[in-house]
Write a protein that binds this ligand. Structure first.
Ligand code: TNX
Length: 504
């Protein structure tokens, strides 16, 4: 029997079609797992998805629990299943990346995912799911295959701006499962901006009481409760995704200035802002209320987030001297560290002294990046989000209805054909922690518009972040991504039929 073409996005490290019969998702599939709660969680996720595909409930049992005639999907948590990190993985992340690796072995009657961690098991299952296609007879099959896979970068992110226009908890879950489909593992939530404050802060209840309903004109208001964040965190965890919350300061802060008038030099709350200009609002270091505010909200944020990172923003403060900027961002960073978390900030924070390990998110490649280069040599990590490549709120071309154009048009090939380690000239390649796409919502006010901006470009960025350079090619990506609309259409996701890809 002719081995079928294996079309995966992102492309795995190694993938060998086997010359045997496929795995058939027949009348009696079952999921078998080891006896840890984590394995059970992955098993339940898998059984749920397979159950939806087959229209019948799928049982989860222990490893010895297969019944005769069942087609089994087996999950095995095992240290010896680890696939070593590739040579192009930055040295500090070798271990973290290996922990996300998996092996997948598919043949008739049995498919097995083995991995050293739950995150690896989830990644392996999502590969299995991508390989599952319905034949002309309507039966779902996975070709016989052996996959050994490990990501290049530990941080494969998507940043979502819920501040300019809100997304509900349920919508954020949809985004999270789409991320997981492409093995993206960091969901960055831009929770605050001039227009609104979107997350309940226990120490500062006025933020969401007074400033949650704002939005860009035409956008949506709303906010997440602490319980919502907890629910999203669990949902994301089960799919291998960690949440990175951002509280943006000392600029992009008009919403907070409205809720707490004592943050304004004249003590007067400014009006609601619904425009799309940036850089006009600011905290003021000399005011007595400012320090306490920073400590309260970043202390809350460090406590509320389950993941290891808190993003403090720091971008586009156009009206502040460097000393005051350093004082305010320094206070934010200190509050994050006091809460036991690692600081992330936009590239502007590289102009001040940083603790080693701080993550600097590169977004604007027009100005000199000498300060970012120097920070990387002094121990900062770099997260690559060059706007001209991965700002997925940029129009594909002049005919795209929604979207901005300040960083140019970003076609699928632009999002695909670039190398993260050369974005910042002279930076230490070992400093690169990963890649993150971003969607800003000034012009994206509903899920359908957002999804058509993400698809197919999110798949392109995911491959940049996951796949080693020697396994990547634009032609290869085109051939593989052309099969993805099957999933998008089944989920009812709108997508952009870019003319750069020959859709099957
Ligand atoms: C730049 S990226 C911004 C955002 C805008 C975005 C629009 C960054 C750190 N700041 O405030 O929403 O451009 O593309």
């Amino acid at each position: 029997m002719q081995p079928e073409a294996i079309e995966l996005v992102p492309q795995p490290l190694r993938c060998e079609p086997l010359d045997s019969d496929p795995f058939v998702l027949g009348a009696r599939p079952a999921v078998l797992v080891g006896d840890t709660p984590d394995e059970l969680a992955v098993g339940v996720l898998a059984a749920d998805l397979l159950g939806r595909l087959t229209g019948r409930p799928v049982e989860v049992r222990g490893h010895g629990g297969a019944l005769r005639g069942e087609d089994v999907l087996v999950f095995r948590l095992a240290a010896d299943a680890a696939v070593p990190a590739p040579a192009s993985t930055p040295a500090p992340d070798r271990e973290a990346v290996t922990a996300q690796s998996y092996r997948l072995e598919v043949g008739p009657g049995r498919a097995q995912v083995s991995a050293p961690t739950t995150a690896g098991l989830v990644a392996g299952f999502l590969t299995f799911k991508q390989l599952l296609h319905a034949g002309a007879d309507g039966v779902q099959r996975v070709p016989a295959v052996h996959v050994e896979d490990v990501p290049r970068y530990r941080w494969r992110g998507l940043s979502i701006d819920v501040a300019r226009s809100f997304l509900t908890l349920e919508e954020l879950k949809v985004v999270t499962s789409l991320m997981a489909q492409y093995k993206l593992n960091m969901l960055h939530l831009h929770l605050t901006d001039d227009q609104a404050w979107r997350l309940e802060m226990p120490s500062r209840p006025r933020l969401t009481r007074e400033a949650a309903e704002g939005a860009v004109a035409g956008g949506r208001g709303g906010s997440l409760t602490v319980a919502d964040l907890r629910e999203l965190t669990t949902y994301a965890w089960a799919r291998g995704v960690t949440i990175v919350p951002e509280i943006d300061l000392p600029g992009h802060i008009n919403a907070a200035l409205r809720a707490y008038p004592d943050l304004n030099p004249d003590g007067v709350a400014p009006p609601r802002y619904t425009g799309i200009e940036v850089g006009f609002s600011r905290l003021t270091a000399a005011l007595p209320a400012t320090r306490g505010f920073i400590q309260d909200v970043l202390g809350d944020m460090a406590r509320l987030t389950a993941g290891p990172y808190v993003h403090v923003g720091g971008d586009e403060v156009l009206t502040m001297e460097r000393a005051e900027y350093s004082e305010l961002v320094g206070a934010a960073a200190q509050a994050v560290r006091a809460g036991g978390k690692t600081v992330v900030g936009w590239q502007e924070i590289a102009q001040m002294p940083l603790e080693p390990g701080t993550v600097v998110q590169v977004w604007d490649t027009r100005p000199s990046l000498a300060a970012v280069r120097d920070a990387s040599r002094a121990g900062a990590r770099l997260l690559m989000s060059p706007a001209s490549r991965v700002y997925l709120d940029m129009k594909y071309d002049a005919s795209t209805e929604a979207g901005l154009e300040w960083a140019g048009h970003v076609e699928v090939r632009d999002a695909y054909d670039w190398e993260p380690s050369t974005v910042v000239e002279g930076a230490d390649p070992d400093a690169v922690i990963g890649v993150e796409a971003a969607v800003w919502s000034e012009t994206l006010h509903d899920m359908d518009t957002l999804l058509a901006m993400l698809l197919p470009r999110l798949a392109a960025v995911a491959e940049v972040a996951w796949t080693v350079p020697e396994r990547r090619s634009w032609e290869g990506f085109c051939a593989r991504v052309a099969r993805q609309p099957e999933f998008w259409d089944r989920a009812g996701f709108p997508w952009h039929p870019s003319a750069q890809v020959e859709w099957g």
